[in-house]
Write a protein that binds this ligand. Sequence first.
Ligand code: HEC
Ligand code: HEC
Ligand code: HEC
Ligand code: HEC
Ligand code: HEC
Ligand code: HEC
Ligand code: HEC
Ligand code: HEC
Ligand code: HEC
Ligand code: HEC
Length: 335
Amino acid sequence: MARVLASVRFAIPLILLATVGLRSEPSAVGQSASPDPAGEAAVVQAQAPLPDATYVGESRCIECHAQENRHYSETTHAKVFRQNPAFRLQQFGCEACHGPGSRHVANALDRTAIIGFTKGWGTEVPVQNSMCQNCHGGGTRMHWPGSAHASNDVGCADCHNPMQRVSTANLLVRPTIAETCFQCHPQQRAEFQRRSHMPVPEGRMTCTDCHNPHGSVTRPLLRADSVNDVCYSCHAEKRGPFLWEHAPVRESCLNCHQPHGSNHDKLLVSARPYICQQCHNPPIGHPGQFYRDGQTAAGALMGVGQSARVIGRSCQNCHTQIHGSNHPAGARFQR
Ligand code: HEC
Ligand code: HEC
Ligand code: HEC
Ligand code: HEC
Ligand code: HEC
Ligand code: HEC
Ligand code: HEC
Ligand code: HEC
Ligand code: HEC
Ligand code: HEC
């Protein structure tokens, strides 16, 4: 720190950081082209949690951590930092993330002397995250501060393991994105095992098609401005425009569908015809009560006779275009 203060050129970003309190905010310092091509500001930020330590170079680290280094060497970071460092912080290798190591090398048992990302080590989660954000602020992480994950002390290292290649991309802690999330979201794991579900277990889509785990302006961490906009990104035909709109569809797909999975057909929130009858009970133009005891399959067995109108798709045997109709005579969604 003293070394840095000695130079006027370095002091400017330092003062800025101190006064604006920018340190905990995401920023891509050092990755932006000018006016700091060497990325000195990123170095200042990276050093801040360990002000009285200095950088010793990664060959020192490897002397004692050869095993960790073997796995780390296969990762994106190792390759970029060693072969083509873009700015100064990257040249520090291990210490770009773990902070300057001189105090740790002198006393490896002092847990305040190096930034650890494992649960037991004791470094505060916001400090851990800030080390990653020195290079990875902004972008898809623009809304990280204050997001559901950030404010619940979830760390970058809960989802990412930069020390070895467990996943094909994104340095995740598990082989797939869904498995990474299921560590903490067992209820959602169960939802995807229901009879009708989005094809996440089949690997045809994943959590991040709909959610941004790094934060978003829409609850709950959605990738678009509303639930419907998320769904339209793949089911574009449901967007319309329709001559005859069905009000609940425009309001939210979740009026009728579960986003993850359901034990009812087509991810519906309840069985047909009940789902329609929740909103459309008598009086409507025809009896809304198609579903009497005598009309069920059980009733049919007892000889009462099942109504053809409730079999299978029920109300939709006639009202087929439930998401909206473009037929001039489709006001009742029959065509
Ligand atoms: C003299 C040997 C030695 C050197 C050199 C050394 N370490 Fe360590 N390091 C250790 C030991 C031993 C531990 C385990 C301490 C403990 O468990 O209490 C450790 C622990 C760590 C941890 C914490 C791991 C956790 O549980 O989260 C990190 C991170 C770490 N070292 C990084 C580094 C880095 C980066 C360097 C280079 C700047 C480095 N070490 C240099 C011996 C060394
Ligand atoms: C891109 C950031 C980054 C770099 C670069 C990095 N580490 Fe780590 N390191 C981490 C994270 C995150 C963890 C926690 C991994 C976990 O949860 O198991 C970690 C964990 C560790 C541990 C604890 C044991 C383990 O493997 O989980 C040691 C020791 C360690 N790192 C040493 C090093 C050394 C030595 C280097 C350089 C050869 C290095 N790290 C480079 C981020 C980094
Ligand atoms: C010194 C700068 C720096 C630091 C610190 C840093 N990274 Fe990176 N990271 C990079 C660069 C450079 C790349 C590769 C190019 C790119 O994707 O932008 C990268 C790539 C990644 C990737 C994508 C890797 C892939 O194979 O798809 C992830 C995930 C990532 N970093 C997470 C982290 C996490 C988590 C931390 C903190 C523990 C961290 N990074 C710390 C510079 C950094
Ligand atoms: C809740 C889990 C989770 C947390 C916490 C998390 N990430 Fe990620 N991250 C992911 C997933 C999943 C992907 C893959 C995204 C995709 O495929 O769309 C990813 C991708 C990335 C990438 C590569 C692609 C890109 O967006 O540039 C980087 C870099 C990254 N994360 C950095 C970070 C940093 C830094 C933090 C901490 C501030 C962090 N992540 C916290 C789950 C997480
Ligand atoms: C280390 C644990 C952990 C991991 C891993 C994790 N989450 Fe979370 N997640 C939480 C916590 C804690 C909350 C906030 C409390 C809650 O709502 O349950 C949360 C909340 C959420 C929310 C609700 C946000 C809101 O506004 O209510 C979504 C969506 C979410 N996570 C998605 C994901 C996705 C997608 C992944 C995988 C990429 C993931 N999570 C991985 C711990 C985790
Ligand atoms: C097809 C889009 C989609 C996919 C794929 C998806 N989600 Fe969701 N998720 C949603 C929507 C929409 C909501 C909002 C539900 C609500 O408001 O009732 C949601 C809600 C959540 C919540 C918050 C639950 C609550 O009650 O607040 C969590 C946690 C979550 N999802 C995690 C996941 C995880 C983990 C995965 C991957 C295994 C995943 N989601 C995949 C669309 C999706
Ligand atoms: C990333 C693309 C994607 C997004 C976003 C998406 N879906 Fe899907 N959806 C699919 C795929 C793929 C299928 C499976 C189609 C198949 O099996 O033919 C599917 C199937 C469905 C099904 C039919 C299930 C069945 O049993 O036939 C419903 C209902 C559905 N999605 C509703 C939604 C809703 C509601 C949303 C918004 C919360 C949404 N989808 C967002 C890709 C997506
Ligand atoms: C009023 C209730 C309701 C609302 C709201 C609703 N749906 Fe549906 N959706 C249904 C019913 C009922 C089915 C079963 C249709 C069938 O079996 O023909 C269905 C089927 C689907 C299917 C699978 C069959 C197909 O038509 O492709 C998709 C995909 C789908 N809905 C997407 C959406 C999306 C996206 C939204 C929000 C824009 C939405 N739904 C809103 C009731 C609704
Ligand atoms: C969340 C409540 C809700 C659900 C569930 C719902 N609807 Fe609707 N539906 C409405 C509303 C609101 C209107 C618009 C009524 C109006 O314009 O007076 C409407 C309009 C209609 C119309 C046109 C009626 C008219 O007067 O123009 C038909 C037909 C219809 N719905 C059938 C169904 C069927 C079949 C289902 C089940 C698949 C269903 N609805 C599920 C709320 C719902
Ligand atoms: C056998 C075919 C058929 C079935 C099954 C059916 N409907 Fe209808 N529905 C009609 C016809 C025909 C009309 C009147 C159309 C018109 O007047 O233009 C209608 C009208 C409606 C209207 C508009 C009433 C009004 O006052 O304008 C609603 C709402 C409706 N149906 C809901 C339902 C619901 C909910 C179910 C399932 C419980 C259902 N329908 C099952 C044929 C059917």
